[in-house]
Design a binder for this molecule. Structure first.
Ligand code: SF4
Length: 145
């Protein structure tokens, strides 16, 4: 049976930051993505050791390392004053690929559920089935996202 998205879908991120704040949610990262962040990040003019980074910015509450959240649910890297991601160029594939996650594309119901909170879905650029398939193949964590 063809995938429900075989005719393509529309999506363009409008940068509203809704997916970075409010509701708690796991943001997983690969070891390579963590190394990239450690290489680039500085706090008080110095680089963080991995252990410091883990204790300041990472939680294990989702079963594997994920970016921590503030008490209000915002991602630890979300800058609420500027309403943007502090590590945007280095954000993990999970953020880059949204909403082309296996767990979102699995069914039209899952897509519609996400679209209720993401104003970028169902509008903007057309993504063909070929493009969607290529994006899903990059999902580093599979359907448990
Ligand atoms: S909720 Fe959707 S439109 Fe808003 S920042 Fe996240 S991906 Fe972009």
């Amino acid at each position: 049976m063809p995938e429900w998205w075989s005719g393509g879908v529309r999506f363009t991120c409008i940068g509203c930051g809704r997916c970075c704040r409010g509701e708690p949610g796991a943001v997983f990262f690969t070891p390579e993505e963590e190394d990239r962040l450690l290489e680039a990040m500085e706090v008080d003019g110095r680089k963080l050791e991995k252990q410091e980074f883990r204790s300041l910015c990472v939680t294990l509450k989702w079963g594997r390392p994920s970016f921590a959240e503030r008490p209000n649910g915002d991602c630890v890297f979300y800058d609420s004053e500027k309403a943007r991601c502090r590590i945007y160029p280095l954000r993990p594939a999970q953020c880059v690929l949204f909403p082309f996650w296996l767990s979102v594309m699995d069914s039209k119901e899952d897509w519609d559920r996400e679209a209720r909170r993401c104003p970028g879905m169902n509008g903007g650029r057309f993504h063909s089935a070929e493009e969607i398939r290529a994006l899903l193949a990059q999902d580093p964590f599979g359907p448990d996202f």
